[in-house]
Ligand binder design. Structure first.
Ligand code: SF4
Ligand code: MG
Length: 335
């Protein structure tokens, strides 16, 4: 499969009044052409920071450390200047955020906002640009695009506004769309329609999608592959089937047991006890140790290595690793 984006050993920390927060701690993953990769985890696990790093949209004044690499079609764009990034954002990689109201300008008609995006990236006659806007609004399912172009964001429903955001993200024909909790503010029916739209667009354009979400229901609907994040790290990656039917990491299993699924009886939900570790002072070893029902002595002291369950399925957990015993013994432990 052709890789379009490769993130390697991404580390991000922020300076705050309370000290340094290590938000992303050595994240690596790849995105293949035409697929949807879901990055899943609880809030504060570093998934949004990961996506903002790819786009270089982190609040610059607070960033203490940003290292690793983000190779887009082979070139490390983490080293790009703001000027170089501006050419990439929107036209090659675009982002859809949670709240369309913050992404849309309330004082401009949606037609003008879309025209602005088109004209920033492409040299076109006005009539051509207008035609592009009409076409894209049609693609995302806005009825009567000619008339609705003249309206302002507040004249649209939440679901329609999110469609307009998708139109904005798509209009310059990007190769990657990063969607950060794109339907969190919408009701379930509208959510389903929006994800149908994503799938349709993907079929038609071959765009690759990174979907950031805490919602496993959404993931089950749309993801080809899944990366599970916990406390600034990826703890397991696999295809949708591998994660939903064959999860190996205790955190992934906990996550799957803590959300309602169609095949569950009532009362079967088991929340994961405890809270994620403090990222001001992350503990050594496996970040899940304090909450893990399977934790062993070695877990709190040495970080688990990468274990490969299949070509597509990777886990970071000592339970999967023969070397746990030796890591423990070389630390001076007794079995
Ligand atoms: Fe649990 Fe240890 Fe595996 Fe971490 S490494 S998930 S603490 S068993
Ligand atoms: Mg977030």
């Amino acid at each position: 499969m052709e890789k379009i984006l490769e993130v390697e050993d991404l580390q991000v920390s922020f300076s705050t009044h309370g000290g340094t927060v290590q938000a992303v701690r050595g994240v690596s993953f790849q995105l293949n052409k035409g697929e949807t990769l879901a990055i899943v985890g609880e809030s504060g696990c570093g998934k949004s920071v990961t996506s903002q790093s790819i786009m270089q949209l982190l609040p610059a004044s607070n960033v203490k450390r940003l290292s690793g690499s983000v190779r887009f079609k082979g070139t490390d764009i983490l080293k790009y200047s703001e000027k170089q990034m501006r050419k990439i954002r929107g036209s090659e990689i675009s982002m859809i955020s949670q709240d369309p109201m913050t992404g849309l300008n309330p004082t401009l008609t949606i037609g003008n906002q879309l025209l602005e995006v088109v004209k920033e990236h492409q040299k076109l006659f006005h009539e051509e640009a207008v035609q592009m806007v009409v076409d894209i609004l049609h693609t995302v399912g806005i009825p009567s695009p000619h008339e609705r172009m003249k309206q302002y964001p507040h004249q649209f429903s939440g679901g329609m506004r999110q469609r307009i955001m998708i139109a904005m993200a798509l209009i310059c024909n990007p190769e990657i769309i990063i969607a950060d909790e794109p339907t969190t503010a919408l009701d379930v029916t509208i959510q389903a329609q929006i994800f149908e739209l994503f799938k349709k667009i993907q079929r038609e354009t071959g765009v690759s999608i990174i979907l950031i979400t805490h919602d496993l229901g959404v993931v089950a609907q749309v993801a080809d592959r899944i990366a599970v994040m916990y406390a600034g790290k990826i703890v397991e990656t696999g295809t949708r089937e591998e994660i939903f039917y064959n999860a190996e990491h205790p955190y992934t299993r906990g996550l799957l047991n803590s959300v309602p699924r169609l095949d569950m009886e009532e009362g079967e939900l088991i929340p994961i006890p405890g809270t994620p570790p403090d990222l001001f002072a992350p503990p050594p070893g496996c970040p899940f140790t304090a909450r893990c029902p399977m934790a062993m002595e070695v877990c709190s002291r040495v970080e688990p290595f990468h274990s490969k369950k299949s070509a597509s399925h990777s886990v970071y957990c000592w339970l999967q690793d023969e070397r746990a015993k030796y890591a423990f013994l070389t630390m001076g432990g007794r079995l």
